[in-house]
Design a protein around this ligand. Structure first.
Ligand code: FO1
Length: 313
C-alpha cells in the first residue's frame, strides 16, 4: 500500500499520476484538514474535496478547485442576504458542504464522510482526513491572527506572515487506522504540497511523525518549490516565516530526519549535491505536471526513488 500525505491541488495532480502507474486501490491519501472551516453554517473541507473531485474528474481544472461547469445562483442569493461572499461556493460544490454538514450532524465522523463521498463519486483511491478532530490552521500576521483561508483567499496573502499555529492539535487524534497504515505502508510519499500549511498539520497530529519515523517504509517527497518559487499558492512567505529556505533544499529540510529521498526539478539540478549532503537521495526530473504523461512520469520517478532505484527520467 502506498500512503500519500496530501494537501490540495498539487497533491491531487500527483495522485492522478500515481493511479496511472499503480492500481488505485493500493493508494491511500491522508489529507490535510487544517483549511477546513465553518461558513454559512456549513462544514467546508477544501483539500478533501479538491483531492476527491480531481480523482473523480469533476474538478474545475482551470482553478484547481470547485466543480466543473458549476454555477453561482445560491452564492449570489447568499450575498444578497448579507452572507460572506469572499469564498466562492458553486451550486454543485454547495451540495458537498450541505451533505457533509448533515452527515456530521447525524453523528458520522469526517473519515466516514470522506469515504462515503469518494465511493459515491467513483474514486478507487482511499481518501481519509488526517484527523476527525478539527485542527484549523491559523496564520499569525501583522494584522493579527486569522484562519488560513482568511489569509489566503479573503486577504489574498497580502498580510506579512509572522508564524503559523495548528489550533487544538495537541488534543487531536490521528484518523482511525492512520497509524496502522503508516506502520504497514510499502512507501510513504509526501505530495508536492505546501510543507507548512498542507503537510505540516498532518505531521503535527500527535503520533503521526513518530509513526513515520518508526515505519520501515521509505519516505519520499516531491519539491513544491521550483527555481526558488512555489508552483502554486503561498508557500514562499509561509516557509520563510518558519525559517525554511524557499528552495528545494528548504523543502528537504522541512522533513528533516524522516526523508529518504526527494524529487527535484531539472532547473534545480545544481542543488542536488547540497541536498545529498543532508543524507537525502535525490532524483531530478521535470516536476511540472502539465498533463497525464508528466504526472505519470513524476509518480514513476518518486516510486523508483522510494525503492532505491536510480531515476529513469
Ligand atoms: N480558492 C480561492 O482562491 N478562492 C475561492 O473562492 C475558493 C473557494 C473554494 C471553494 C471550495 C473549495 O474546495 C476550495 C476553494 N478554494 C478557493 C481553494 C482553497 O482555498 C485552497 O486552494 C485550498 O484550501 C488550499 O489547498
Amino acid at each position: 500500500m502506498i500512503l500519500v500525505l496530501a494537501g490540495g491541488v498539487g497533491a491531487a495532480r500527483f495522485i492522478e499520476g500515481l493511479v496511472q502507474v499503480v492500481p488505485p486501490e493500493t493508494i491511500t491519501a491522508v489529507v490535510n484538514t487544517g483549511d477546513d472551516m465553518l461558513l454559512h453554517g456549513l462544514r467546508i473541507s477544501p483539500d478533501l474535496d479538491i483531492v476527491t473531485c480531481t480523482l473523480a474528474d469533476l474538478i474545475d481544472r482551470e482553478q484547481g478547485w470547485g466543480i466543473i461547469g458549476d454555477t453561482d445562483e445560491c452564492m449570489s442569493w447568499l450575498t444578497k442576504l448579507g452572507g460572506p461572499g469572499w469564498f466562492k461556493l458553486g451550486d454543485r460544490d454547495l451540495a458537498l458542504h450541505i451533505r457533509r454538514t448533515a452527515m456530521l450532524g447525524e453523528g458520522h465522523t469526517l473519515s466516514e464522510v470522506a469515504d462515503s463521498f469518494r465511493r459515491s463519486l467513483g474514486v478507487a483511491v482511499r481518501i481519509m482526513p488526517m484527523s476527525d478532530d478539527p485542527v484549523p490552521t491559523h496564520i499569525i500576521t501583522d494584522a493579527g491572527e486569522m484562519h488560513f483561508e482568511e489569509y489566503f483567499v479573503k486577504n489574498r496573502a497580502q498580510n506579512e506572515v509572522r508564524g503559523v499555529r495548528y489550533v487544538g492539535v495537541e488534543e487531536a487524534r490521528p484518523a482511525p487506522g492512520l497509524l496502522e497504515l503508516i506502520a504497514t505502508a510499502d512507501a510513504i510519499l509526501i505530495a508536492p504540497s505546501n510543507p507548512v500549511v498542507s503537510v505540516g498539520p498532518i505531521l503535527a497530529i500527535p503520533g503521526v511523525r513518530a509513526a513515520i519515523m518508526a515505519s520501515p517504509a521509505p519516505v519520499v517527497t516531491v519539491s513544491p518549490i521550483v527555481g526558488g518559487a512555489a508552483i502554486k499558492g503561498p508557500a514562499a512567505p509561509l516557509m520563510r516565516a518558519v525559517g525554511l529556505e524557499v528552495s528545494a533544499v528548504g523543502a528537504a529540510q522541512a522533513y528533516a530526519g524522516m526523508l529518504d529521498g526527494i524529487v527535484i526539478d531539472e532547473v534545480d539540478a545544481g542543488l542536488a549535491a547540497q541536498i545529498e549532503a543532508l543524507g537525502v537521495r535525490v532524483a531530478v526530473t521535470d516536476t511540472i505536471m502539465r498533463g497525464p504523461a508528466e504526472k505519470a512520469n513524476l509518480a514513476r520517478v518518486a516510486l523508483q526513488l522510494a525503492h532505491g532505484q536510480p531515476a529513469a527520467a
